[in-house]
Design a protein around this ligand. Structure first.
Ligand SMILES: Nc1ncnc2c1ncn2[C@@H]1O[C@H](COP(=O)(O)OP(=O)(O)OP(=O)(O)O)[C@@H](O)[C@H]1O
Length: 325
């Protein structure tokens, strides 16, 4: 994912090419996890560039959580390699993990303790914090996620958004090089979602590498610089978000009853065109939409509707998730 963008190749060869190497915060090679007869993750090669916000996108059951758990050393791969901050996982977990904040599944917060007291318990287990530094680190983390006002309320009474933010606070008790968030906005209302996005944007601005999983393309589009798309345990696309969104030929879909005539006049005007079930698909790689419409209308073709074809990533993701959600 560092220097190349691959769609449906299943393999990113960037590190094997002569392109300049981008330092990686994490990478996997040939990663595979099998549970009984279920292949949860299958030969996944991921590159997580340092400082990127990488969205791991995929429908339910596509292997996002399992991949994240292997990256963090919570699950041992059946096959393959994982490097986190330059260290092999899970063997070097004790060295790599202090620099990584993770929000993976609801951390074990105590329902009858306040948010602050819960964080104090987590902070006590942070190898980088001295006992004297714990209270100020906890208060800074609460402040950062906007929970200072609710810090002394019981966790039990927190809204889902507040619980997620407390989880984030526990991941951010000390400065991190990398933060890993598994579906952090799942079930949140728009205000809660905005709050998580704000914190992710802040981390990015500080140079922290962020890996976030989501089953929503719009979510990834709004927050990420890079994306890796998973389907049935495989990476089917990965690369820079902007490049993936633009991949695939730009085209205009024209709904018309005069489709054959439309294809003919477009081709006469050197515009690539082909029939589709509803009309015509006109290629926009060498021309613009207004020119296509001008040619069609000028030739007397009845244009009932014209829409842009979906971009490469939208199209790919729609195909992957069709019927699954
Ligand atoms: N501990 C486990 N034991 C057995 N099967 C598992 C286990 N963990 C995951 N799986 C299976 O592996 C596949 C991938 O699951 P995973 O949770 O990684 O996907 P996901 O993309 O994170 O999905 P979701 O968005 O639903 O969390 C699924 O078929 C799941 O049922």
């Amino acid at each position: 994912m560092t220097s190349t963008t691959s769609v449906e190749s299943g393999a990113d060869v960037s590190s094997e090419t002569s392109a300049p190497a981008v330092p990686l915060a994490a990478r996997t090679r040939g990663l595979r996890k099998v549970y009984g007869s279920t292949v949860a993750v299958d030969h996944v090669d991921l590159d997580i560039p340092q400082g990127a916000v990488v969205g791991m996108l995929g429908p339910n059951g596509s292997g996002k959580t399992t991949t994240i758990r292997m990256l963090l050393g919570l699950v041992r791969p059946t096959e393959g390699e994982v490097e986190l901050l330059g260290r092999p996982m899970p063997d070097a977990a004790a060295h790599a993990l202090p620099d990584v904040g993770a929000l993976v599944e609801g951390p074990g917060f105590h329902p009858f303790l306040s948010g602050r007291d819960n964080l104090l318990r987590f902070a006590a287990a942070e190898p980088r914090l001295s006992s004297a530094g714990i209270p100020s680190a906890v208060d800074a983390a609460l402040e950062r996620v906007g929970l200072t006002g609710a810090a002394r309320r019981r966790y039990k009474g927190y809204s889902l958004g507040m619980k997620q933010r407390l989880g984030l606070a526990s991941a951010l008790l000390v400065p991190r090089k990398m933060v890993v968030l598994d579906e952090p906005t799942n079930g949140l209302d728009p205000a809660g979602t905005r709050e998580i996005r704000r914190i992710m944007a802040e981390l990015h601005a500080e140079g922290v590498t962020v890996l976030v999983s989501s089953h929503l393309l719009a979510e990834v589009e709004a927050t990420c610089t890079h994306v890796a798309v998973l389907q049935a345990g495989n990476v089917v696309a990965q690369g820079e978000l902007a490049e993936l969104l633009e991949s695939g030929n730009a085209a205009l879909l024209v709904r018309t009853p005069d489709a054959e005539q439309a294809v003919e006049v477009l081709r006469e005007n050197r515009i690539g065109a082909r029939l589709t079930p509803d009309g015509v698909r006109a290629d926009l790689t060498v021309t613009e939409a207004p020119r296509v419409l001008q040619v069609l209308v000028g030739a007397g073709v009845a244009v009932h509707e014209a829409t842009r074809a979906r971009t490469g990533l939208e199209d790919l993701f729609a195909r992957l998730t069709e019927g699954s959600e």
